[in-house]
Design a protein around this ligand. Sequence first.
Ligand SMILES: *Cc1c(COP(=O)(O)O)cnc(C)c1O
Length: 404
Amino acid sequence: MANTTEQTEQPICCSESTLGTEEFVHFETLALHAGASPDPVTGALLPPIYQTTTYRQEAVGVHKGFTYSRAGNPTVAALERRLAALEGAPYATCYATGLAATTALCLALLEAGDRVIVSQVVYGGTVRLLQQFFARFGVRADFVDTSDLGALKAALREPARLVFIETPANPTLKLTDIEAAANLAHAAGALLVVDNTLLTPALQRPFEFGADIVLHSTTKFIEGHNATVGGALIVRDKELHERFEYTRTATGTIQAPFTAWLTLQGVKTLPLRMERHSENALRVARFLEKHPRIKRLIYPGLESFPQYELARRQQKSGGALIAFEVEGGTEAGIRLMNSVRLCALAENLGAAETLVTHPASMTHWSVPSDQREAAGITDGLVRLSVGLENPEDIIADLDRALRQ
Ligand SMILES: *Cc1c(COP(=O)(O)O)cnc(C)c1O
C-alpha cells in the first residue's frame, strides 16, 4: 500500500489506512479505504478537511510532518496515498488542476535545450502549455503519432528526456502500446509519462506495463462528479517523487484541502462508475454504429475498433468515451449537438452526466487547425463522454437529435 516519505512521521488523523496491506488489497477495497482511516479522536468515519495554513511545531525542527499547506496538507496527503495505492505505486503528489500537474512535471524534469516527445493527439491544454509556454524557455516538444511504434522509434533517434503519451488519445481514441513505448523510451534513456485520465487505474494500470510516471486530471473520472478541478503525479521512484514535491512547494501548485476531500469521496465509487461507464458506452456505441446517420464511429470496446487487440491487452474495458462523425459533416454535427436534451453540450468529460463536445471548436480550438486535421480531429468529429444515466435514455436522446 501507499506510503509517503520515510523521513516524516505521519500525523494521527488521515494517517495511512490501518487495513492490513497483505489482506485487503483488492481495488474496490483500496478505493474506499486506502490512505485514510477513521479519526481516532472522534471516531469520524470520513477524514477531516484540514483547512489550515500552518501547523504548530513542538520545538524547532520537531513537527508531525506538516509545516505549511503549500508544502503539504493532511487531507491532500490522504488523497495522495489513496491514488498511489490505486495505481499500484508508492508515491503521489496532488495539484490544483491537471495542467498544474503537467506544469510541475515539466518544471521538475526539463531544462532549456531538452526535448519531449508527445503523442500527436493529446489533451489540447497539454499542447498549448508546451508550445506556447515551455517553448519560450527552450523546451522543444515534438508531436509524434505514438500509436505507430515505428514513428516513436524514429523520433527517439534524437535524444529526448520524456515521452509523454495519452492512451486512449483525446478525442480520436487512438491507443499507444504502453509496454512497447516504455521499452523504446527506456532504451533511448527517456522516461515514459502516461496521462491516464481517460481510463483511470480502474481500467488501465500503466505501471504494470513499465510506465515511469502516471499523470491524472482528477477533475474527470477520479473525482467524477464535476465538482472540482485537480491533478496528480504518481511515481514508483522516490527520487522523482521528491523532485515533484520540491517543485510543487517552490512553485505553489498544491491542491486545496477541500478539493482533496471531495476527491476522496468521489474516488470511493470509481470502480463501480468506470464499469458502468464502459457498459453504457458499449451499448450506445453499438446503437450508433448501426445508425444510418453515423459515418464513422470509434470505440475501443468494439470489435470494429482498429486496435481492438491492444485495447484488450492493456485496458480492462472500452471506457466512457466514444468519437463519431455524423453524415453531413460539420453542419450535421453541430445540429446534433444543439439538438440533444439529456446529453449536455459541455467542455469536459468524465462526469456522471453524459457530455457531448465538439473538439474542433471547444477543447482543441487552441491547437492550430492544420495540426488538428493531421491528428484526425476533423471539424465534424463529435466526442461523447457517456455518463451513468440509463443507456436507453441516452440512446433515445441521440436518436431523436440525429433525426432532426
Ligand atoms: C482535462 C484533462 C487534462 C487537464 O486537466 P485540468 O484538470 O482541466 O487542468 C489533462 N489531460 C487530459 C487527458 C484531460 O482530459
